[in-house]
Design a protein around this ligand. Structure first.
Ligand code: ADP
Length: 630
């Protein structure tokens, strides 16, 4: 257009003068426009219908790097990003078809340095305007704005994705309480979809009022991030078309999202599902209650003490017997509950349990109102997860009455055996006189009877002396007189004396022990008699018994082997107990009290030796005992 303005035509002077003033005015206005165009941050380009640039304002350099001179002649379309090109062409052809029309596009245009610049371009078809005859494109750089918009969009996407993907159940509500969005975790937690909350308004939820948490919810909706304490929520109670879930224990965080002005845009609610935890807690509580009930109903005294000996659990029986409540005893030690002597005694046992790490059994004597009581206490360590002992538990059974009954029985045996011994001794003496007399007479038959009587009297006196020994052991009056003696001599003597009574079996003596032992001749002889008579008694159908002695550096071992009825495995430990007799059809036919082996084992123990049996049912038994040299 500059060209046109600058054209000069010849004229008349008056007309010339008039023309000159018009031209002047025109020139002035052109200057103004030019100044406007050239100083504007927006650039202007004139483009012909083929897309070629025929004019560019100076601002083009600021936006696209080209000087106007460089820019003129370029095809504008070719500078548009390939992805935006078809859209640009579409808009261009639209305005080409309609003179005077315009269109605005946002396109990426290549900068001289090769980068892409976001440009907003407003094109106007002025092809028919005689003064312009071009498409006027007015454009400006909007890269900054686009970047900002992208940032906002991305952060919006990020925010939504985060919520969507979060493993925490999340619900987004409008400030008026309507649910706008729920995430997948929410759907999973409640087994429902957003549609089901169409008619639900959180601020009108009666259940939240009942549960006492509406004030917390309100606080959140009023703009204060709030933690909502855990409640047991039942959706079907308030949500019209509810969910598949009967209830959930949930705690929640509610926080309002505000805009720059501080107005609440939406309210976010994040649930924490603690149902499993609550169920586990409930189960734990139940099992604790059950355990306490079992402990309380037990007739035994039960307690748990920590490693410093401080009580932290006792049962009702404990409370009753020692007249102390569990709240009072908590944290106290035995020294604060019992006399020092008792506390010392039981504390020693507790320490042993901690030291060995195993359950142990003790007899403990504890004072009661009516005097001392004896308990059998099983004490065992309690281990924590890391395998460390943290406490000692005790279960104590009062055996005072049982003990008293046993003492009465022992007293009875003691008295009875004493009372029986005197008449038996005199019967034996009279019988021996009778025997002497008959030996010189002719009545052989009567002599035989009297001799048989003597055998029976001997058996009776053995039984009575066993009973007496038993009573002595029980009352602690079992006395020993030890001397240096030869075991082999003692075996020989014993076997000879036993062989006098006619028996079916031959007693074979094997082995040689040179070294003498410190022992009570009478008592060890008693052990031998016992073992050999048992061997005879319990092997009626065999013909021999083997008695053997051996020595090593530490001890003498004596064994007595028979080939008789044998002893079943499960009875083998018990036969050394008082009054124990093997039960069975066969065994019933053998007379006895079940005292002999008990007395024998007590004798061996008092010699620091051991006694045991190896036996097989139906094949025979070997009894062993040892006497150490030292
Ligand atoms: P008892 O007077 O009953 O023989 P003991 O104390 O001597 O009492 O023995 C205890 C029990 O051990 C016996 O009743 C018997 O059942 C079993 N017993 C002892 N010795 C033998 C043996 N040699 N063979 C089989 N059983 C035996």
């Amino acid at each position: 257009m500059g060209n046109k303005i600058k054209d000069k035509n010849g004229s008349l002077p008056s007309a010339l003068a008039a023309k000159t003033s018009v031209e002047k005015a025109l020139q002035e206005s052109e200057k103004h426009f030019r100044a406007l165009i050239e100083n504007s941050t927006d650039a202007i380009a004139l483009i012909n219908p083929l897309g070629k640039v025929i004019y560019a304002s100076p601002s083009v350099q600021k936006i696209l790097g080209y000087t106007p001179e460089e820019f003129i002649g370029k095809n504008g379309l070719m500078l548009v990003h390939p992805q935006d090109r078809s859209m640009t062409m579409r808009e261009l052809s639209r305005i080409l078809l309609k003179p005077g029309s315009n269109a605005t596009v946002e396109v990426r245009v290549k900068h001289k340095n090769g980068s892409w610049v976001f440009v907003e371009s407003r094109g106007m078809n002025l092809l028919l305007d005689p003064n312009v005859r071009a498409i006027v494109s007015n454009f400006r750089d909007i890269t900054e704005r686009r970047l900002m918009e992208d940032k906002v969009r991305i952060s919006e996407i990020r925010y939504r994705t985060m919520i969507e993907q979060s493993p925490m159940s999340t619900q987004i509500l409008s400030p008026s309480g309507i649910t706008l969005m729920v995430n997948r975790a929410w759907e999973k937690l409640w087994g429902a979809k957003l549609e089901q909350l169409k008619d639900y308004n959180m601020l009108k939820d009666k259940q939240l009022v009942e549960l006492g948490i509406m004030p917390y919810v309100k606080k959140g909706f009023n703009g204060e991030p709030t933690h909502i304490p855990a409640v047991r929520y039942e959706p079907s109670k308030t949500v019209p078309n509810a969910t598949k879930v009967p209830y959930r224990w949930v705690s929640a965080i509610i926080y309002p999202v505000k805009d720059d002005e501080g107005d609440i845009q939406e309210v976010v609610l994040i649930h924490e599902d603690i149902t499993k935890q609550k169920i586990a807690e409930e189960k734990l509580r139940q099992s604790e209650q059950q355990l306490q009930a079992i402990l309380d109903e037990s007739p035994a005294v039960i307690f748990v003490k920590d490693l410093e000996g401080r009580y932290f659990l006792i049962n009702r029986q404990f409370e009753k017997i020692f007249n102390i409540s569990r709240s009072k005893i908590k944290g106290k030690t035995d020294y604060e509950v019992f006399p020092k002597e008792t506390a010392d005694h039981v504390t020693r046992h507790d320490r042993r349990v901690v030291k060995t790490g195993k359950p142990l059994e003790f007899e403990e004597v504890v004072p009661h109102k009516d005097g001392p009581h004896t308990y059998i206490s099983v004490k065992f360590p309690l281990y924590d997860e890391s395998g460390m002992i943290y406490a000692v538990c005790g279960i104590a059974t009062d055996i005072t009455e049982r003990k008293q009954a046993e003492e009465r029985k022992d007293d009875f045996i003691s008295v009875a055996s004493h009372e029986l011994r005197t008449p038996i001794t005199s019967i034996k003496i009279f019988n021996q006189i009778l025997e002497q007399r008959l030996k010189s007479g002719k009545d052989k038959k009567l002599l035989e009877h009297v001799e048989k009587m003597d055998v029976q009297i001997n058996k009776l006196s053995v039984l009575i002396s066993d009973l007496l020994d038993l009573a002595r052991i029980r009352s602690g009056k079992f006395k020993f007189r030890k001397e240096l003696l030869s075991i082999d001599d003692l075996i020989k003597e014993t076997v000879v004396s036993l062989a006098e009574a006619e028996t079916k079996q031959t007693i074979i003596v094997k082995g040689q022990v040179m070294k003498k032992v410190q022992a009570d001749r009478y008592r060890i002889g008693q052990v031998l008699i016992n073992l050999i008579s048992n061997a005879i008694k319990y092997s009626p159908n065999s013909d021999r018994i083997v008695v053997q002695s051996k020595q090593d550096t530490e001890k003498v071992t004596v064994s007595v082997t028979d080939f008789g009825i044998g002893i079943p495995k499960k009875a083998q430990d018990k036969i050394f107990e008082r009054f124990f007799r093997v039960e069975g059809k066969e065994e019933k036919t053998y007379p006895g009290f079940g005292i002999g082996l008990y007395v024998s084992s007590e004798i061996v123990k008092r010699h620091n030796g051991k006694i045991w049996v190896e036996s097989e049912k139906g094949k025979g038994s070997t009894f062993y005992f040892t006497i150490p040299f030292k």
